[in-house]
Design a protein around this ligand. Structure first.
Ligand code: UD1
Length: 418
C-alpha cells in the first residue's frame, strides 16, 4: 500500500494547469464505441479510471493507444456485447456502455457496477429511460442482461431526478435511435454538455444539452472524430482550495471559471480573494476562513464532489459552518479522519456541522475515496506537523501528477510505500 506524507503550514504559491475532466472523458471513451474508425481524444488525464475504461473498451473489441495526453481509440465494425465483469465492478461509470452497446450490438451483458462507497447508488433511472427507448433488461447473479429486440426507438423520457449518468446513458442510446427523444429534467453538468458536443462532432443531432430539456434527433450513423476534453473543474477547485487552506495563493490556468461559479462564490464568502480571467482563476486564502453554510445540488449548485474539500478547508475556520449533502447518503467517512487531525465536525442526518478550530495537527488518516483523499490533502496542507494519508491510490483515480503539481507550488509532499 502507498501513502502520501505531507508536512503542513507552508503556503502554496504559483500556477498550475489542469487536464480534461475525469467525469467527461470516461463518457467520451464510451461514446467512441458508437462510430467505427479512429477517434482521437486530447487533454486526457492519465488517471486510473481512464485506464480502466480503456480496458472496458478493449474487452468489447476497440483498441486504445496512449501518447501523453492523447488517447487514440480505434473502433471496429463488430463489437462484443460483454463488458468485463471485474473492471465494471470497480468503476460505476462503466454502466455507460449500456446505451452504446445496445445501439451497436443490440444486446449487452454487464456486471452491476461498483465505484466509491457512498451508500446505495441505484441505476433504476438508467434502466427505466433505456426501457422507454425499447430496451429490455433482466439481472441474474449480479449480472445485468439487456437487449433491444426491435432496435432503439426515440421516446419522451422524464427523469425523476437530474441524474448525470442516466442522462448520459439515454443520450448515448438516443443519438442513433429511430426518431426523436425528448429528455426532460435532464442533468445540466458541463461534462454532459461536453459529451453532447463530442457526439455532435461525430454527427449527432442534439439540441439543448446544458439545459434541463434535451432533444435528440436520431441519425443512422456517426463518424469517428477528434476532440479535446473539457478541463476538469474538480481538479481545478481542489488545487484552489489546497492553496487557500495553506494560506497561499494559487492560480489554475487552462480551466473554465464559469464551471466553478457556485464553489468560487462560497470560497469568496469564506474570505478568499478570487480573481477570474478568461481561462484562469486565482485564489488566495485568508489567515482563517470565515464560517460558511452550503448545500450540494446538481449543477449549477455546489458540486457534491467538492464538498469534502470545502469541509476540510472550513475545518480550521472561524465559527460554525453547516454543510448539507443532498446527493449521497454515505459520503461522510472522511469526517472521522479530519477529526483525527483535531477538527470538530459532526453529522446530523444529511447535515455536517463544522466547528472551526484554530489549528489542525498532522495525523495518520485514510484517503477513503478520491475526493475524501483530496480533503485529507487539503487538511494536511493547513495542519501543523506531518500527515500520513494511507490508501493514497484512491487519489490516482482522479488526479494526474498530484505530488509533482503540489511540489511545484512549494508543498512538502512525498509518496512512500508502507
Ligand atoms: C456522476 C459523477 C460523480 C458525481 C455525480 C453527481 C461520473 C463518472 N461520476 O455520478 O462523480 O458525484 O455525477 O454530480 O461522472 N440515482 C438513482 N438512480 C439512478 C441514478 C442515480 O437513484 O438510476 C441517484 C444516485 O444514487 C445519487 C443521485 O441520483 O444519489 C445522483 O447520481 P448521478 O447524478 O446519477 O451520479 P453519477 O452519474 O453516478
Amino acid at each position: 500500500m502507498e501513502a502520501l506524507q505531507i508536512t503542513g503550514g507552508i503556503p502554496l504559491n504559483g500556477s498550475i494547469g489542469v487536464l480534461g475532466a475525469k467525469n467527461a472523458v470516461l463518457k467520451h471513451l464510451v461514446a467512441t464505441l458508437l462510430a467505427p474508425g479512429t477517434h482521437v481524444l486530447s487533454n486526457v488525464p492519465d488517471i486510473v479510471d481512464v485506464r480502466l475504461m480503456c480496458e472496458v473498451l478493449e474487452h468489447v473489441g476497440a483498441r486504445c493507444v496512449a501518447d501523453g495526453t492523447t488517447r487514440t481509440v480505434t473502433v471496429p465494425e463488430v463489437l462484443s456485447a460483454e463488458a468485463p465483469l471485474d473492471v465494471v465492478r470497480k468503476m460505476r461509470a462503466s454502466i455507460l456502455v449500456l446505451g452504446a452497446l445496445l445501439t451497436r450490438v443490440g444486446s449487452v451483458r454487464i456486471a452491476l457496477p461498483g465505484g466509491d462507497d457512498f451508500g446505495t447508488r441505484p441505476i433504476d433511472m438508467h434502466l427505466d429511460g433505456l426501457a422507454r427507448l425499447g430496451a429490455e433488461f433482466e439481472s441474474r447473479d449480479g449480472v445485468l442482461y439487456g437487449e433491444a429486440p426491435r432496435g432503439l426507438i426515440g421516446a419522451d423520457v422524464d427523469l425523476g431526478f437530474p441524474s448525470v449518468g442516466a442522462t448520459e446513458n439515454i443520450l448515448l442510446a438516443a443519438v442513433m435511435a429511430k426518431g426523436t427523444t425528448v429528455l426532460t429534467n435532464a442533468a445540466r453538468e458541463p461534462e454532459l454538455e461536453d459529451l453532447a458536443s463530442y457526439l455532435t462532432a461525430m454527427g449527432a443531432k442534439v439540441v439543448g444539452a446544458g439545459t434541463s430539456r434535451i432533444e435528440i434527433h436520431g441519425v443512422p450513423e456517426l463518424v469517428a472524430a477528434t476532440y479535446s476534453v473539457v478541463p476538469d473543474r474538480l481538479e481545478a477547485g481542489t488545487y484552489l482550495l489546497a492553496g487557500a487552506a495553506s494560506r497561499g495563493e494559487v492560480t489554475v490556468v487552462n480551466c473554465v471559471p464559469d464551471h466553478l461559479r457556485m464553489e468560487l462564490s462560497k470560497m469568496r464568502a469564506a474570505g478568499c480573494d478570487v480573481t477570474i480571467g478568461e481561462s484562469t482563476i486565482t485564489v488566495s486564502g485568508p489567515e482563517r476562513p470565515t464560517a460558511v453554510d452550503f448545500a450540494t445540488l446538481p449543477y449549477p449548485g455546489f458540486h457534491t464532489d467538492m464538498h469534502p474539500q470545502m469541509v476540510a478547508f472550513l475545518a480550521s475556520g472561524d465559527g460554525t459552518s453547516i454543510m448539507t449533502e443532498n446527493l449521497y447518503s454515505g459520503r461522510f467517512r472522511y469526517i472521522e479522519m479530519l477529526n483525527r487531525m483535531g477538527a470538530a465536525i459532526r453529522t446530523d442526518g444529511q447535515h455536517v456541522v463544522i466547528d472551526g478550530q484554530s489549528t489542525l495537527v498532522g495525523a495518520t488518516v485514510d484517503a477513503c475515496d478520491i475526493r475524501a483523499g483530496a480533503a485529507m490533502v487539503i487538511a494536511a496542507l493547513a495542519a501543523a506537523g506531518t500527515t500520513t494519508i494511507v490508501d493514497a491510490s484512491h487519489l490516482d483515480r482522479g488526479y494526474t501528477d498530484l505530488e509533482p503539481k503540489l511540489k511545484s507550488l512549494g508543498a512538502t509532499i512525498a509518496r512512500i510505500a508502507l
